[in-house]
Design a binder for this molecule. Structure first.
Ligand code: ADP
Ligand code: ASP
Ligand code: MG
Length: 413
């Protein structure tokens, strides 16, 4: 008998038929004698629908009210899933994040889990019930409902698995596991049987939305065995491996991630003096805007261009901040380009292999793709390119690094 935490994403509970199918799957685990805690997302499209309703009322709703609104999506699916289980003769109890005391900080819309009290869940499991918990939500010290950021149900599941010391956390989604890149962009993307925790962390942080980055962080910190699999088809999925030995056997490149919703700002002609980067970036960060890639180019005439990227939704606000500062910075110009994207190659094997960057740049050059910005770390290389090149760049790199399935005919996804 094992204690398993399972999470079903939006598409997996996107209709009553899908909820019934999930109930069947859970019933199978119960029949084998496993204890099951289930975390569900809202039905697919629901969180977007609720967000759009809020936007009809006002452009910038208060984050507290957004959380009250968005958390309702998951309350619908926990109840429907429990009904589907009860109909089949299985004991089941639904709980909101607040009811099982998923305690978070008060950073509405992007709260972090601080603590989970497993007592109530353990008691319910002892009675032989399936425990169904609303993903994506928690409660702060003052009893306010909080949410964990888009894709946050993954994090709810991993955090619950850590708190309950579960034997495994299974993330059920609409693809068979973690692939070398998004299988919706590259047909020949290959399903990975295992991926190192470090690589998964990097892929998630660079845009692969198959797992929310905080879920991967939790799994690493609390050593939660984590697997991504399909709720639609049988299969072993992908194990996020915490074992060091596996690293040695890994291929040079694990995969390619991309981020569509970035924008690039350039402040040009500022003086090349100490502190200038701070004067440009500081006020943007202080406004709570996350700055991603930064480059600085000094020209022969002693002037400087500073370019950086932010999330597209924050880019107008960043431009306004810089325009207001423009005179005091002695800047020649402030420009914003929203038609960019970031493509990243990730692999722990890069550490021991030279020439990866050159091979990457050649593959992009062969397709006539101009690179705006390059950044590297020990296990990744990212390039910022024009948005229209995204698919082409991902496919070119996928084939240049031979990441595809050797027999795509049977890869299916
Ligand atoms: P869920 O609703 O189940 O949480 P998500 O849409 O959040 O599902 O995440 C699954 C999606 O992630 C897939 O449908 C796929 O398009 C996308 N994806 C991006 N990169 C990858 C990757 N490397 N491997 C698998 N899926 C990926
Ligand atoms: N429903 C939330 C979202 O769409 C949380 C999740 O699905 O993980 O982002
Ligand atoms: Mg998701």
């Amino acid at each position: 008998m094992a204690l398993i935490v399972q999470k079903y994403g939006g598409t997996s509970v996107g209709s009553i038929d899908r909820i019934e199918a999930v109930a069947e799957k859970i019933a199978g685990f119960r029949d084998r004698g496993d204890e099951v805690v289930v975390v569900v997302s809202a039905m697919s499209g629901e969180t977007n629908r609720l967000t759009a309703l809020a936007m009809e009322v006002m452009d910038a709703p208060t984050p507290r009210e957004m959380d009250v609104l968005l958390s309702t999506g998951e309350q619908v699916t926990i109840a429907l899933l429990c009904m589907a289980l009860e109909k089949r003769g299985y004991g089941a109890r639904s709980f909101t994040g607040g009811q099982v005391r998923i305690l978070t900080d008060s950073a509405h819309t992007r709260a972090r889990i601080r603590e989970i009290d497993g007592t109530r869940i353990h008691a319910q499991l002892e009675q032989g019930d399936v425990v169904v918990v609303a993903g994506f939500q928690g409660i702060d010290d003052w009893g306010n409902i909080t949410t964990l950021g888009r894709g946050g149900s993954d994090t709810s599941a991993v955090a619950l698995a850590a708190a309950l010391e579960a034997d495994e956390c299974q993330i059920y989604t609409d693809v068979k596991g973690v692939y070398t890149t998004d299988p919706r962009v590259v047909d020949s993307a290959r399903l990975l049987a295992t991926i190192t925790f470090e690589e998964m962390l990097e892929l998630a942080s660079l845009g692969a939305k198959v797992l929310q980055i905080r879920a991967v962080e939790f799994a690493g910190k609390y050593r939660v065995p984590l697997r991504v699999l399909s709720s639609f088809e049988e299969g072993e999925g992908t194990l996020i491996s915490l074992e060091e030995e596996l690293v040695m056997e890994e291929a040079t490149i694990a995969g390619i991630a991309f981020e569509r919703d970035e924008a690039k700002l350039t402040v040009s002609g500022v003086p090349d003096v100490p502190g200038i980067a701070y004067k440009v970036i500081g006020p943007v960060s202080e406004a709570g805007i996350e700055v991603d890639v930064i480059v600085q180019n000094a020209a022969a005439d002693g002037s400087n261009d500073i370019t950086f990227t932010v999330k597209r939704r924050d880019s107008e606000q960043a431009r306004e901040i810089l325009e207001k500062l423009s005179a005091s910075l002695k800047a020649r110009d402030v420009s914003l380009d929203k038609k960019i994207c970031k493509v990243s190659l990730v692999g722990v094997g890069m550490r021991s292999h030279a020439g990866i960057a050159a091979r990457m740049f050649k593959a992009l050059a062969d397709e006539n793709i101009n690179i705006d910005i390059i950044t590297t770390s020990e296990i990744k290389i990212s390039v910022v390119v024009g948005e229209k090149y995204l698919e082409l760049a991902v496919r070119a790199l996928h084939s240049a690094f031979e990441l595809g399935d050797p027999q795509p005919a049977i890869s299916g996804n």
